[in-house]
Design a protein around this ligand. Structure first.
Ligand code: ARG
Length: 397
């Protein structure tokens, strides 16, 4: 008895590859359709997914999600200063978008189910599920449903003609998109283990980084980067150029222990050179442009936005509400930030904006700007409530 068609989110790796025969033999589907999302990962990785998808599945789709990823995920996360526990989110931003694409293909193909190859330990299962479960489709995740051992997986793959990567050339698990690259697993699971240089692909080590600093400037319009060194760039080019430049200077490496949604602590290593530079410049510009009230409140909103984004709850109504607040604040986020890149560090050297509310006339030691005598009156009642409380306490003694 067949169960129709299932659409599988596909990376070309061992886990998602064995899902193809499993979905037929163990779950009883007649047709398995694979979908690989292009979110700017290595071209070879995408090509492998496409080749294997075409070979092992009944139909394969490669969806170019790069523009959508930038406009719907990366740009909003720059505007929200999107950090989770201090690092720029990457995987968290991309997963829901890929999940939406899987659902769209399922609808188009008249499928009855959608599937992913995530384990039951990580965040990605939740990010997929949150989107998958909004559609009227069965959700299947063989990896977490069957507690398979690596040994069984390898045997099963071999029996089905699926190539098994040699343990030696894939000792770590990598997830990549244009905003971030994460490396985890294998020996890295011991948080005390010092990672070898070879795990890094986007960043130079500090000893290999150039000995001369590089000065750059980033232009922003409405809170998103639009130019580099005075030249307008298309978003995708800007991000990839920044990855190259900042990566050369060894910027954007991050080795940390992170709290996953389920509460599991995980040792994760990230590379995100462009994100480090663009987030630092955006955050700096906000200090020039936003009022104290906007700035202080926005930090709370940014934190909450980032937490919801990390959890992959993109349909949470609060997420849309926070995004609307953030967008409103970004209307006047225009200007330029100058930076110096040097040996893993990014240092802001200057900033300017047509929307700046900075006034050198007012702040300067050298000019009058405001009549300081007015501050005498202001300061009289400053801290009034604290003073009254203290007086009460003194009298009680
Ligand atoms: N810890 C990061 C996150 O939760 C990275 C996860 C990487 N995912 C993966 N399947 N390797 O976003």
């Amino acid at each position: 008895m067949g169960r129709g068609t299932v659409v599988l989110s596909y990376s070309g790796g061992l886990d998602t590859s064995i899902c193809i025969p499993l979905l037929k033999e163990e779950y009883g589907f007649e047709k398995v359709i694979t979908v690989a999302g292009d979110v700017g990962q290595r071209r070879e990785e995408l090509a492998v997914a496409e080749e294997k998808g075409k070979k092992f599945a009944d139909r394969h789709y490669t969806a170019d999600l790069r523009d959508a990823f930038i406009k719907r995920c990366i740009f909003p996360s720059i505007q929200a200063n999107g950090l989770y526990e201090g690092y720029p989110m990457g995987t968290a931003l991309a997963r829901p978008l890929i999940a939406e694409e899987v659902v769209a293909v399922a609808k188009k193909e008249g499928a009855t189910a959608v599937a992913h190859g995530c384990t039951g330990k990580g965040n990605d299962q939740l990010r997929f599920d949150a989107v998958f479960r909004t559609a009227d489709l069965e959700v299947i995740a063989p990896m977490r449903e069957r507690n398979m051992t690596r040994e069984w997986e390898i045997k099963y793959a071999k029996e089905h003609g699926i190539p098994v990567p040699v343990a030696k050339d894939k000792p770590w698990s990598v997830d990549e998109n244009m905003w971030s690259r994460s490396i985890e697993g294998g020996l890295l699971e011991d948080p005390a283990y010092h990672p070898p240089e070879e795990i890094y692909a986007w960043t130079r080590s500090l000893s290999d980084a150039p000995d001369t600093p590089e000065d750059i400037s980033i232009g922003f319009e409405k809170g998103v980067p639009v130019s580099l060194n005075g030249t307008a760039y298309a978003p995708l080019d800007l991000i990839s150029t920044m990855n190259t430049i900042a990566g050369t200077h060894g910027i954007g490496r991050n080795d940390m222990v992170e709290n996953r949604v389920l509460g599991i602590k995980a040792r994760e290593i990230y590379e995100h050179p462009a994100a480090t530079v663009l987030l630092a410049s955006h955050a700096d510009l906000e200090r020039l442009v936003l009022t104290r009230e906007e700035y202080a409140f926005k930090r709370i909103v940014d934190d909450k936005w980032s937490e919801i984004a990390y959890m992959g709850l993109i349909y949470e109504p609060l997420f849309a509400a926070l995004t609307a607040f953030i967008e409103k604040t970004q209307e006047k986020m225009n200007g330029t930030v100058d930076l110096q890149l040097y040996k893993g560090g990014v240092h802001v050297t200057g900033r300017s904006s047509p929307d700046s509310i900075y006034s050198d006339e007012i702040v300067s030691f050298d000019t009058f700007g405001i009549d300081q005598v007015h501050s005498v009156g202001y300061s009289h009642y400053y801290g009034l409530q604290a003073r009254l409380t203290r007086q009460k306490q003194e009298r009680r003694k």
